[in-house]
Write a protein that binds this ligand. Structure first.
Ligand SMILES: Cc1cc2nc3c(=O)[nH]c(=O)nc-3n(C[C@H](O)[C@H](O)[C@H](O)COP(=O)(O)OP(=O)(O)OC[C@H]3O[C@@H](n4cnc5c(N)ncnc54)[C@H](O)[C@@H]3O)c2cc1C
Length: 348
């Protein structure tokens, strides 16, 4: 490990735990550098897990076909020898350069502060945030009866739950809560549910047995009881009828949308909403801050996972050379005793 300042938490902060950020941790580990891995989400995986977990990917070298979720699980396994500190559910909002070349101080949205020598920005499409239910005033119930995540399923025990959406998250939670909640109603604007066929079939079977319900329509308003608590939704149904749905909790799963606000605040030179980098080192306009994956731009850039993996290797070499102030010779994982030691594998 590279020598650290007294307050440094790791050699490098990797901001974004999508496929490219995960592989960056691996490449830094091969260079003997420790990582702090940040993500605004509770789970690693970026777009692969948030947007298309069950879809097969066909253009990862050496893996003719792999589901996106499995690729992330494999990357997690691959970085395990380097034991990165994962800082999840934390959006990095500020990067401050410290005096006298002492690296950087990062601050997350909760005010937590971390110190590192180098930064790799791997924020991809941006911090993923849930697509909101757009009904004026409904946000006042957030965390009481309006939820975009299920953190504690038991909190919905015995309650009348409306699950809005037709994708995997909506169906998975509608199924999971069915035995816990007093009542579960899935509300989706279309008759076509986008979840895995097996999940859809299980939910439809529950509805046929009268153990759950499904409404095709859109929520247009809410009602409150005499204490000001949300107690019903108004649903404009596909058959033209407006129905009142008595509920205690509303779970919204309309998908995630990327937000690049914090990226703009870091004052890095940008091009076409991406961070401009040197293609040989992946360094940004700010010395010591690098950017890889979907968030960067250079001539010829393609937003592909395999390109991000290549960039992670180049950035790790550049950071290693900057830290050691000398050129780093190429070593192979097959034959290098140094890399075997770092990987924790026996030489063969
Ligand atoms: C439907 C679909 C299919 C695709 N199929 C393929 C394919 O077949 N092959 C292929 O190569 N590519 C494919 N892609 C593209 C591929 O998913 C992206 O190239 C890849 O995910 C980019 O990885 P990344 O790590 O750069 O960023 P992302 O996957 O976008 O991950 C970035 C992470 O950074 C986090 N983050 C952002 N800002 C912050 C912040 N300020 N603080 C903390 N965390 C932050 C986000 O929450 C996110 O988890 C597909 C994309 C989509 C949408």
């Amino acid at each position: 490990m590279i020598e650290q300042g007294p307050a440094a938490s790791a050699d490098v902060a990797v901001i974004g735990a999508g496929p490219c950020g995960l592989f960056q941790v691996f490449e830094l580990g091969l260079q003997g550098m420790s990582s702090l891995l940040f993500d605004s989400q509770a789970r690693t995986g970026g777009q692969c897990r948030q947007l298309y977990p069950d879809k097969p990917i066909y253009d990862i070298p050496g893996l003719p076909r792999i589901d996106a979720d499995r690729l992330i699980a494999n990357l997690e396994e691959q970085i395990e020898p380097f034991k990165p500190q994962r800082v999840l559910n934390q959006e990095v909002v500020a990067i401050k350069r410290l005096d006298k070349g002492e690296g950087f101080q990062l601050t997350t949205h909760t005010g937590a502060v971390y110190r590192v020598r180098f930064v790799v920005v791997a924020t991809g499409a941006g911090a993923m945030t849930p697509v909101p239910l757009r009904i004026p005033g409904i946000e006042q119930f957030l965390g009481r009866s309006l939820f975009y995540h299920v953190e504690e399923p038991r909190r919905h025990q015995g309650r009348r739950v409306a699950v809005l959406g037709g994708g995997d998250s909506a169906l998975d939670w509608a199924l999971a809560l069915q035995s816990l909640a007093a009542e579960v109603v899935l509300v989706h604007r279309s008759s076509r549910l986008r979840a895995a066929p097996d999940t859809v079939n299980r939910y439809v079977a529950l509805c046929e047995r009268g153990e759950a319900q499904m409404l095709q329509g859109q929520v247009t308003a809410y009602a409150q009881d005499e204490h000001g608590e949300l107690n019903a939704l108004k649903v404009q149904c596909a058959d033209g009828v407006v129905r009142r749905l008595d509920v205690d909790d509303v779970l919204v799963f309309f998908g995630m949308s990327p937000d690049i606000r914090s990226l703009r605040d870091w004052q890095l030179a940008m091009e076409r909403f991406q961070v401009r980098v040197q293609p040989d080192t992946l360094e940004t306009s700010a010395e010591g801050i690098f950017a890889i994956g979907d968030c960067n731009h250079y001539p010829g850039k393609r937003k592909l996972i395999l390109c991000g993996f290549h960039e992670a290797a180049l950035a790790a070499f550049a950071i290693g050379e900057r830290a050691r102030e000398r050129e780093i010779p190429l070593e192979y994982t097959t034959t290098s005793p140094t890399l075997h030691r770092r990987l924790g594998v026996a030489a063969t």
